[in-house]
Design a protein around this ligand. Structure first.
Ligand code: 3PG
Length: 307
């Protein structure tokens, strides 16, 4: 019997596991679990017998793929796949896929949770501010960016977007005005929400020169990846602009400095929380299981990432 292994350092909700099990068993596949693991050795051991693997932000390195002797397919239950060594997947004859869009609403809602909590002074009792009528810039306009725009319309925000891969028409249909370059976005928007993947082009791409353009009381929200921010530039902005706040779904490497020097101007989640909802877990986890079953049954490589 072929085996699907779910290997998740940050586990899915139990209801998700039940639903994935149903999909697997209906297809005659055995489901095994490695949840909450604390060291790589456990992962290396668990993957040895797996024919298919479902992960979240778990690192699927060359070493893991080398240990996974039976592996045919790995699905990242989520969007960002910077945790998977795609070159090594190809070298090991493993198909890698993701499940784009499935957890995007959870991430979008978290962006608002961070913004609202911050501008209400973290429930400290001091007078806060509101989102209505404020400018919101979406830095990248993929699945999450669109969900954020959708929610922002309800808040009555003035929405702008910059994404070189998305047309003005798509932005307009989703209630956002297109900026012709990234500088325009940062110049116009008091709130910027980042929604791009981490890759060679985007890593450290948001730094001092861009952030300093933001208007008074600037709030930068990062529910994407910490690697996208140039932290040297970020610290310089914190130092120069007492009106600047940074809200991030995952701690930056320079967290200790910010915590010590810039109280009240940041929020950092200790674990990546954007997709940590039952709905996002179910959507992404079950989609991953279905893609595996479909691949085994028909060879269809839905959302294949490696060549
Ligand atoms: C993603 O890329 O899909 C999100 O960042 C969620 O990641 P997670 O599954 O590790 O929470």
């Amino acid at each position: 019997m072929m085996e699907i292994l779910i290997a998740t350092e940050k586990p899915f909700a139990p209801i998700t596991i039940r639903q994935i099990r149903e999909v697997a068993e209906a297809a005659g596949l055995k489901l095994t679990l490695l949840e909450n693991y604390k060291n790589k050795a456990d992962l290396l051991l668990a993957v040895a017998t797996a024919d298919a693997l479902i992960v979240r932000s778990d690192i699927v390195s060359d070493e893991v793929l080398e240990a996974a002797k039976q592996l045919k397919v790995v699905v990242r239950a989520g969007s960002g796949y910077d945790n998977i060594d795609l070159v090594s997947c190809t070298a090991h004859n493993v198909v890698a896929m993701n499940t784009p869009g499935q957890n995007s609403n959870g991430v979008a809602e978290l962006a608002f949770l961070l913004m609202l909590y911050q501008i209400r002074g973290g429930f400290s009792g001091k007078t806060g501010t509101e989102l209505r009528g404020k400018t919101l810039g979406l830095h990248a306009f993929g699945n999450v960016g669109k969900y954020v725009a959708d929610i922002a319309r309800g808040f009555g925000m003035d929405i702008y977007a910059y994404d070189p891969f998305v047309s003005e028409r798509v932005m307009k249909n989703n209630g956002a005005k297109q900026c012709i370059n990234v500088e325009e976005l940062y110049l116009k928007c008091q709130y910027i929400s980042i929604h791009m993947p981490s890759n060679e082009i985007t890593r450290k791409s948001i730094g001092y020169n861009l952030i300093k353009k933001m208007p008074h009381n600037a709030v930068l929200v990062n529910t994407a990846r910490k690697e996208i921010i140039d932290e040297e530039g970020l610290l310089k902005i914190f130092d120069e602009r007492p009106d600047f706040s940074y809200l991030s779904d995952i701690e930056p490497d320079c967290k200790a400095i910010i915590e010590e020097k810039y109280k009240g101007r940041y929020i950092f989640t200790s674990k990546k929380m954007g997709a940590q909802t039952e709905e996002s877990n179910i959507n992404a986890g079950v989609a991953a299981a279905r893609q595996i079953v479909e691949y085994f049954n028909t060879g269809k490589e839905k959302y294949r990432l490696n060549k």
